[in-house]
Every structure is written in C-alpha cells, then in structure tokens.
Design a protein around this ligand. Structure first.
Ligand code: ZN
Length: 286
C-alpha cells in the first residue's frame, strides 16, 4: 500500500502529461499507465498484468506472417447494401475511411516459418468485425483457395459483431456458406486453424470461427454466441466467474490452446509442421 501511495502522484502527473496526445495508455485490466511505444514493441501486452490490448489485422500480419507479408486476394469486394438498411451506407463509408480497409476482412497467401498458408483475418475496427456478405464470401473464397492449392488455412477472428445485422438474412446465410466451405477442407484433410481474439461472438463464432482442427485463443478473450450479460438476464442466474473467457473455454474443452500473443507465431508454426508432416505408415511386424 505504501508503495502505491507514493507512486500515485507520479502516475497522475504522467496521466496529465498526456493521455490526450496518445503517448501513454491506461491498461484496461490493471489501470497501469503504459508507454505506447513500449507496448508496440511488446505485442501490445501489458507488462504488469499480461492484459492483451486489442490490435488490428496489420499488427497480426506483422506478428504472424513471414516478413509481415500478406499477398492479398479478392480485393475490391464491397457490400451493395442489399436491404437498404437505414444509415448502413454512411456507417460503411465511415468504417472504410477510419480503418483504411475495404471491408472487415483481409485474406491472401502468406508463409509462416517458411510454410505456405492461406491466411485471413477479420478486424474489430471495421463495424465490430461483423460478417456481412463480403466477409462471408472472402472466408469462403479463402477456404476454396486453400483447397485448390492444398495449403493450410489459418483464420484469425476479431468479430464481436457476429453476423452483420444491416445485411439481415444475407449475413446469416454466410454462416451456412462458410461452414460448408471449411467443412470441405476437413474432407480433403487440409489443416484448418482458428485463432480467436477478443472478442469473437455470435454468428462468426457459431460458424467458421469454431470449426478449426485446432482452436487457439488469446488470453482473456471473450468468446461465445450470446454475451454473458444477455444470458444472465435471460436465465435469471449469475454466471460462474470467467464465463466465456478463453481460459474457461479451455477448461471446458472448447478451446485447444490458450496462447500469449508473443508465442502465437511459434505455436501456429509448430501445429502446422505437425499437421503437414508426411504420413508415415507404421512398420509392419513380422
Ligand atoms: Zn495491466
């Protein structure tokens, strides 16, 4: 306590210095004030409590892919606002401007530790990473390409928005479409790996994001179909601590690995090398 009291004035001064100009950030979990540049160099993980700050697809591309390089495919696909949903066009435009992305997903060819893969990532910054018809189509096309080129498909999600409500039934249809496409990978014995980051929910979680051969989650990520608040209100009961968080889902067998962002690349590479190793027939006993 003594130490904390003494640190407080210094912290306050630092806070004033800056939270405004963005040099410093407050950890959402432990409240520590952190230097943005240092966070950037440490994969955006709080050095004090290990909290994983939400990062965008560009950071994941840099962290996961060889030379931080994604050879993008299927560019130029944009939503046509099929339901003429009120204010969707404006929101869409704002998201495109804010993120510099064409849609809530990027996909393409890449390598991880020299192994060729098809990689796709949704981004929470673009309308909550929600799945409209373009996101669904790009996931489906990426899966088809993985099948055609017989390369593992690595799919990273940050899709708290689930299916995009502004596209109604067209969004919901993507759940069946993407599930069917990644299902074909299983039949062809092509590895499909899911990386779930905070938050991955609803229609995305209930389709392609939870069908991987191996499901990796970042620590503390909220992963599920309906959010805990709605479930509590519906069933009128308090949920157990940590409900729908990565660690809880690991304990209950839904997630296979909870892995720090720092070790993500190494973990994915290890899984890929195991899954793509040529099959050896057991030696026959005579
Ligand atoms: Zn922290």
């Amino acid at each position: 306590m003594f130490l904390r009291k003494n640190l407080r004035p210094a912290r306050e001064a630092r806070k004033k210095l800056d939270l405004k100009d963005g040099l410093w950030l407050k950890c959402e979990s432990c409240g520590e004030i952190l230097y943005r540049r240092e966070l950037d160099q440490s994969c955006w993980i709080c050095p004090k409590c290990g909290f994983h700050f939400r990062v965008g697809h560009k950071t994941y591309i840099k962290l996961l892919l060889d030379e931080g390089k994604l050879e993008e495919i299927d560019r130029g696909l944009v939503s046509v606002d099929p339901l003429r949903f009120p204010k969707y066009k404006e929101k869409y435009k704002t998201s495109r401007k804010k993120t510099g992305m064409e849609e809530g997903i990027v996909s393409g060819r890449a390598e991880i530790n020299g192994m060729p893969v098809i990689f796709a990532a949704t981004d929470f910054a673009f309308m909550g990473g929600s799945m409209g018809s373009v996101v669904g189509e790009k996931v489906a096309r990426a899966a088809r390409l993985a099948l055609a080129e017989r390369k593992p498909f690595v799919m990273l999600t940050a899709s708290g928005g689930g299916a995009r409500m502004q596209e109604g039934i067209f969004s919901l249809m993507q759940m069946a479409k993407t599930s069917a496409e990644v299902g074909l990978l299983k039949q062809a014995q092509i590895p499909y790996i899911n990386i779930l980051t905070h938050p991955t929910m609803a229609g995305v979680m209930a389709s392609f994001a939870s069908l991987g051969d191996v499901i990796i989650a970042e620590p503390g990520a909220l992963l599920g179909f309906t959010g805990p608040r709605v479930i509590e209100q519906t069933i009128g009961e308090k949920l157990p601590p940590g409900f729908q968080r990565s660690e809880f889902l690991l304990e209950h067998g839904f997630v296979d690995i909870v892995c720090s962002r720092r070790e993500l690349r190494e973990t994915v590479a290890r899984i890929l090398s195991i899954l793509t190793e040529p099959h050896k027939e057991p030696s026959s006993q005579t």
